[in-house]
Design a protein around this ligand. Sequence first.
Ligand code: CTP
Length: 403
Amino acid sequence: MSVLSGKHVLLGVTAGIAAYKAAFLVRHLVKKGAQVKVVMTPAAKDFVTPLTLSTLSKNEVFSSFTHEEDDNAQWNNHVALGLWADLFVIAPATANTLSKMAHGTSDNLLLATYLSAKCPVYYAPAMDLDMYKHPSTSETFNILNRFGNIQIPAEEGELASGLTGKGRMAEPEHIVSFLENDILKKLPLRNKKILITAGPTYEAIDPVRFIGNHSSGKMGYAIAEAAANLGAKVVLVSGPVSLQLEHSTIEVVSVTSAEEMYKAAHKHFPNCDIAILSAAVADYRPKEVASEKIKKNDSSLTIQLEKTKDILKSLGELKKHQFLTGFALETQNELENAKSKLKKKNLDLIVLNSLKDKGAGFKADTNKVTLIDKHNKVQPFPVKPKTEVANDILQYIIHQLDA
Ligand code: CTP
């Protein structure tokens, strides 16, 4: 899966002959799974039609501050457009637009959007070779790069003037690879290996029955996806759940019982940098597992249980460089209990969720957590979708690792 998948890419098209290649660029970005919106300068419409770009992007194309054809003219909100974007790519970027960007001129929608955008801005210059070499253009690049914009180098070749040299807009495929590489190298968890446990465990009573719990695995799977999106190499040790992963790079180790989860977690822990144990591991299992199906001969049945191994605690005892995170699901004295688990299991962080909280718990798509670190710093969060909770947890860990 591309790092561009699901990203909101705003493509700015300016008035250069390479604008016709914007159509291919939109196509490539959409193929990578990005959501694309296009903003054009008015003059760019002479080179490529908004209809082409809106058809390919499946979104309306913006080029003026108002909807011209509408009697009750509506404002095209450059601020909303800028905030929508995860990345803004200006390709082709003419000398004229680049110079205006460098000096804060805002006389069209694209430039106003550029000034409003908070996301990373990439620009792919496109101009004739002498314009490209001109000292004022070099100065423009210096200013733009100093502002934090990212230049996608122009390529060499035949130019529209018939001259040959540097100044061609990078080919659309090269722009897409440039974006992917740049995003990848800046991901905060790149080069980090993360071990995650998720879901319930099933403890066999006989060949057809087991002791289990209501864990859906949604929280752990959301953490796995979010960690992979942040560049981590993820090993997900999963109990029996019926969830699908989107990220193909996540290594899934499927287990059933607490003992299997223990072995898998121990196998991967020594090489990991971060471990997040979100699984609802059975605390007890039947002491004897019947080899044949138990018949209902008696009026009552007693099954003797024995403790399973505490995976989290055992990893806490082994911990060297790893950042170890556990979960606590509590029904009373929540903070106290969570803090004591954090200490007892030698954790760096514990994620507390209370079954008393509305919107928290096993099967919901939302959760409400409080993070407690080893210095007893407590940070509560509101009810959020589990995907967002996953990001909150990972951002907290990234922050702690950087501190
Ligand atoms: N955990 C584990 N192995 C177990 C039991 C729990 O790794 N055998 C982990 C869970 O994945 C979770 C944390 O320990 O991250 C908290 O589990 P919980 O069941 O709430 O706490 P316990 O320590 O088992 O205490 P109690 O059941 O008494 O609340």
